[in-house]
Design a binder for this molecule. Structure first.
Ligand SMILES: Cc1ncc(C[n+]2csc(CCOP(=O)(O)OP(=O)(O)O)c2C)c(N)n1
Length: 349
């Protein structure tokens, strides 16, 4: 596989044809600013003990923003634990998105209303579900497209391969976006796959596959839009590998100095998705200091909203632990629920 598809390079220069319209890029830049601010805010909330855990997408914001931006309201997004910013970019209140990572609920938003599946923590398990939703939509004659996100590590899971195979055979309207951020916790890409690229795995299943610069919002927008359009017109799935990098630790519970050097991280810093789009939009005059200030103010407003919500204690009902496990609870679950209720009554009395 050749070099990743790229339209804007690290200096902000245009290096390819078919750049999205300036307005699209400006909207994209605004979304990047919000996504970066959300990452920073969530990281701070973890340090303050307000959020239990946060897998940051700092450095991967272009993937997050583009994945949401190319979808229609009727489409579906299937995210992982790392895709908080993508869900927020789709329009879900970040406070609702963070509810799971705060440990308050399994999922803080309504998947049916938002058309965003719950964030999947068991790797790749969301992919067969995503294909199922896409397949069902086709059977019903709907033109729904499903965007399914996963990481490089998840491409070694059986679920990844089963999902791709089914989607290709039945021409399911699914776009698989692999954010290749080079690590699965401490496992580097070289220990994950011997394939020439992760995109190359698409060929084995008979679907188009594209390797794209995952820090170039313009390139991602073009590649993902084309994949979504193909899926919508019945052309089947596409595998998109986004070449990016996890700048932060896997989560706050991880110490990356145990398995990678600072020099390696420093090599990726100048490739930052915000820096290059800002450089490009500034050089064309599309991004003025006024617009930049406007975007920064919107990001601060969002961050203040998240801080205020996270500062409030939530009243949780422990009995809800047993809800939504099975439509008809098993005898064991009923027994456990009764035990918990009795213990809580004792504590309260
Ligand atoms: C089925 C399964 N096995 C193992 C884990 C433990 N685990 C959590 S995150 C992770 C690494 C995933 O790496 P990758 O898919 O590249 O995504 P990233 O975290 O880099 O976004 C692992 C092994 C898990 N969540 N699910």
């Amino acid at each position: 596989m050749s070099e990743p598809m790229r339209l804007i390079n690290e200096t902000g220069a245009v290096v390819g044809d078919g750049l999205p319209e300036p307005e699209v890029l400006l909207d994209g830049y605004r979304a990047l600013v919000l996504a970066r601010r959300l990452n920073a805010q969530a990281e701070a909330l973890v340090r303050q003990g307000r959020l239990a855990v946060y897998p940051s997408s700092h450095g991967q914001e272009a993937c997050q923003v583009a994945a949401a931006a190319v979808l229609a309201d009727t489409d579906w997004l299937f995210p992982t634990y790392r895709d908080v910013a993508a869900i927020a970019a789709r329009g879900v209140d970040p406070l609702d998105v963070l509810m799971m990572l705060r440990g308050d609920w399994h999922c803080g938003y309504d998947p049916l209303a938002t058309r965003v599946a719950p964030q999947a923590t068991p790797l790749a398990t969301q992919l067969p579900h995503a294909v199922g939703v896409g397949h069902a939509a086709r059977l019903k004659g709907e033109d729904t497209v499903v965007m399914a996100l996963c990481g490089d590590g998840a491409t070694s899971e059986g679920d990844f391969h089963e999902a791709l195979n089914f989607a290709a055979v039945f021409a399911s309207p699914v776009v698989f976006l692999v954010q290749n951020n080079k690590y699965a916790i401490s496992v580097p890409l070289a220990r994950q796959s011997a394939a020439e690229s992760l995109a190359a795995k698409g060929a084995g299943y008979g679907m188009p596959a594209v390797l794209v610069d995952g820090n170039d919002l313009a390139a991602l927008t073009v590649v993902l839009s084309e994949a979504v359009a193909r899926a919508r017109r019945g052309g089947g799935p596409t595998l998109v590998e986004a070449d990016t990098y996890r700048i932060r630790a896997h989560t706050n519970a991880d110490d990356p100095s145990r398995y990678r050097t600072d020099d390696e991280v420093d090599e990726w810093r100048p490739r930052d998705p915000l820096l290059r789009l800002r450089a490009h939009l500034t050089s064309t005059g599309a991004l003025t200091p006024e617009r930049e200030a406007e975007f920064a103010a919107a990001a601060e407003e969002m961050a203040a909203h998240v801080r205020a919500g996270m500062g409030e204690e939530t009243a949780l009902d422990p009995a809800e632990l047993f809800a939504h496990v099975y439509s008809t609870p098993t005898p064991q679950l009923r027994e456990q629920a009764a035990l918990l209720a009795a213990e809580l009554n004792e504590v309260r009395s």
